[in-house]
Design a protein around this ligand. Structure first.
Ligand code: SF4
Length: 756
């Protein structure tokens, strides 16, 4: 039985085509932030092919090479279909009841003997795109009651979440570039031609950027590498790795120096303008040029262009966030937008009004609690938490350092931190010493090979989809829901049930407790908030009446329905089901002050913690001599998705992509030959990798893509192990973090390179 919204081929609906007897299901691709609409042709329960959905209101038929591989992922024989338990060092399949009984047997004694902090949890990137995982991960974390919460955010976007929280009061109140209307876009450390965009949800970035140029606009890419996006850009500025904060500070300096500050209509909501201008006074382009490698005249021209553009926007992504001054850089991006009048106006950097789940659409608006930081610290190095999590760079030491509070058990959800987090070899070794490790994951990969129990979720085509998190960052207001395309196979259970049952086990309710207990608790909490919110349509109603009005649905769908009904557009899940190509809710509109949730009700342009970082770490750097070491950066590829899609043959075959890119002059100086192996060494590790000599990379910089290194024994990745590559994170010292956000520094790592 096919459960998705389907049309019979040939019926003439929704632009579908196919032979008689086939059906077409429409669903949103959950693999990355772009959220493209897919048209999936089915013969019964067998996927025939996957194309872009031309009628999708947001993606209009765009699809990248990964989207069509949902079929291969679904059919991947290595994707686990039943739970696995390790017996005598080997994984054996078991029933769900047996698997949860094993979790209970191993985990409960750790909790009872050593306390809640003895169990750590790590959530990987795919949890952000899974409706069930996103809604039921929080109850699991609450049930664990541990301080040791980690996620991929601290190897990715935490600096942007943090700077947005400090400035606007909410970590997902991230201004996104109004790419479809802007006249001038300055992009730093972003390569959406390969990544398909991040922290700015927009299917078909290439098409949108090309349209920008066609309507007479310009987009400038700041990146040490001439990426595909840089090649398509109006201008490429080859900055030195890790120096974006200095470049941005210099641009703010120029605005002040040349009296170009014009905050426009937003001025009355901006607090701290003078403090920011004073903070950047030491950062003239002439002073920062040795650090950034960018000519002062270029910096001044870019600042003037931004200020003069009819509309303009600065957008920073991973190159700016996995850097030494990542939070300051993320903050200065929006400082520039605000000081040029481009924040919260069409064509500038704007806030999405999401249909469901956004904290910045609840309540009366403007005034809120803001974000609180440093409420606790990690045990070993004393690193502060941010947004409820500790830096994942601390995870290995929390496991392998004996003493009171040592982490002895681990739960991972859709993550492969052995490949994706720093100082990988140490984490790999530490995992082997755990008393209990439970993985919610479909694969036996480099991390989960250490697990005692693996609880596999269904495939993407067996899950429903509504991107609760990333639709809050869309460049247009859009809502789309996809029911599962294919049914669960006998023996599979839904992802939310896995997480709910885990929560019940760690709460001591046993391995067979009913997951609907957790579902009801989550619903009660959401309903309680909704009936207390005077802007909600259910304000003042009795909670049982609200719950009854939601009908018979259970699990994520019931929760989503409530969030839609109480969201700003008063939609319902039935509305979304009636629109399988999505609902376009219009272009972004100015939202200040309504979007704010700061205690002052103002945009905090000069958060104290960031001014302090500028004065204590950045200013002294201005007078430090720059190291002449080669600096290592990462890179994205359109056919990769971090570490976890390398088991799809069609995405990994062909010319090896895991290479060390190096400029011809550096290669010649170091006697490196194209295609020959090189040894790369950093303070934390060493690896061997084939050389790729290319003028696309700046001299003094080398690049290795992340997510590779499928060489560990005991994994079950039959394709990935044939295209292993190397794990660049053995070169990332876990001591290198942006101290404000705790985010790992993965760009700008000093390395030495020699022929192998
Ligand atoms: S761009 Fe992202 S959402 Fe779109 S098809 Fe590719 S992987 Fe899927």
């Amino acid at each position: 039985m096919t459960t998705a919204a389907t049309t019979t081929a040939g019926a003439g609906t929704a632009g579908t085509a196919g032979t008689a007897g086939t059906t077409t299901a429409f669903r949103v691709c959950p693999l990355c932030e772009a959220g493209c609409g897919l048209a999936i042709t089915l013969d019964g329960d067998r996927v025939q092919r996957i194309r872009g959905d031309r009628d999708d209101v947001f993606s209009k038929g765009f699809i990248c090479p990964k989207g069509s591989t949902l079929k291969q992922l679904h059919e991947d024989p290595d994707w686990l279909r039943q739970p696995m338990v390790k017996r005598d060092g080997e994984f054996v399949p078991v029933t769900w009841d047996d698997a949860f009984a094993e979790v209970d047997r191993l985990l409960s004694p750790v909790l009872a003997t050593h306390g809640r902090d003895a169990v750590a949890i790590y959530a990987g990137n795919p949890t952000a795109h899974s409706l069930g995982a996103l809604l039921f991960l929080r109850p699991l974390i609450r049930a664990l009651g541990t301080s040791n919460v980690f996620s991929a955010s601290t190897v990715d976007q935490r600096p942007k979440e943090l700077s947005s929280g400090l400035m606007f009061g909410g970590s997902l109140s991230v201004p996104v570039p109004d790419v479809d209307r802007t006249d001038f876009l300055l992009m730093l450390g972003a390569n959406p031609y390969a990544s398909n965009g991040s922290l700015a949800t927009a299917p078909d970035w290439p098409g949108r950027l090309e349209a920008l140029v066609e309507r007479g606009g310009r987009f400038v890419v700041v990146d040490p590498r001439r990426t595909r996006t840089a090649e398509a850009a109006s201008e490429h500025v080859a900055v030195l790795p890790g120096s974006d904060a200095f470049l941005l500070a210099s641009m703010v300096f120029v605005l002040a120096d040349e009296q170009l500050v014009d905050t426009g209509a937003l001025g009355e909501y901006l607090a701290g303008v003078e403090s920011v201008l004073a903070a950047v006074a030491p950062f003239s382009p002439e002073v920062t040029a040795p650090l950034t490698g960018v000519e002062p005249a270029v910096v001044r021209r870019l600042a003037r262009e931004l200020a003069a553009a009819p509309s303009g926007c600065v957008y920073g992504r991973i190159g700016t966030t996995v850097a030494e001054f990542g939070t300051v850089a993320s903050w200065l991006v929006d400082v520039l937008n605000a000081l040029t009048g481009n924040l919260d106006r069409p064509g500038g950097a704007m806030f999405t009004r999401a249909a469901a789940g956004a904290a910045n659409t609840r309540g009366a608006g403007r005034f809120g609690r803001g974000v609180r930081l440093g409420r606790r610290h990690s045990r070993v190095r004393g690193a502060p938490e941010s947004l409820g999590e500790l830096p994942v760079a601390c995870l290995a030491e929390e496991i392998d350092t004996p003493g009171e509070g040592q982490v002895r058990a681990l739960v991972t959800v859709a993550g492969n931190p052995v490949l994706s987090t720093p100082d990988s070899d140490r984490l790999d070794a530490a995992l082997a010493g755990l008393s209990c490790y439970v993985a919610v994951d479909p694969y036996i990969n480099e991390t989960t090979r250490h697990a005692d129990v693996i609880l596999p979720p269904p495939t993407a085509l067996q899950k429903s989809h509504y991107d609760l998190a990333l639709l809050q960052l869309a460049v247009r207001n859009v809502a789309n829901y996809s029911p599962p395309v294919l049914p669960l196979a006998p023996g599979q259970i839904a992802e939310w049930e896995i997480l709910a049952r885990l929560a019940l086990v760690v709460q001591g309710l046993g391995p067979t407790a009913d997951p609907s207990l957790v579902d009801d608790l989550v619903l009660d909490s959401l309903v309680g908030s909704a009936v207390a919110d005077e802007t909600s349509p259910v304000f003042g109603l009795e909670p049982p009446a609200v719950i009854e009005s939601l009908g018979d649905r259970r699990g994520p769908e019931r929760l989503l329905d409530l969030m839609l009904r109480t969201g700003p557009y008063k939609l319902s899940l039935d509305d979304l089901l009636a629109h399988p190509h999505g609902i376009d809710l219009g272009p972004l509109e100015p939202r200040v002050p309504d979007v704010l949730r700061t205690p002052s009700g103002m945009i905090e342009l000069a958060p104290e913690i960031l001014l302090e970082d500028v004065s204590s770490r950045m200013v002294p750097r201005l007078s430090s001599p720059r190291s002449d070491a080669l600096l290592l950066i990462g890179r994205r590829d359109l056919r990769s998705n971090n570490s976890w899609m390398h088991n799809v043959e069609v995405l990994v075959k062909g010319k090896p992509r895991c290479t060390l890119q190096i400029h011809p002059n550096d290669a010649s100086r170091l006697a490196l030959e194209d295609g020959a192996p090189a040894t790369v060494t950093s303070a934390s590790g060493t690896l061997e990798i084939p050389v790729e000599i290319t003028e696309k990379i700046r001299q003094g910089v080398v690049s290795i893509p992340h997510g590779w290194g499928h060489t560990s024994p005991g994994t079950a990745l039959s394709v990935a192990s044939r295209y292993p590559g190397v794990n660049t994170n053995v070169l990332s010292p876990n001591t290198l973090v942006d101290p404000v956000s705790g985010t790992s520094v993965l760009n700008g790592i000093p390395v030495t390179v020699s022929p192998a």
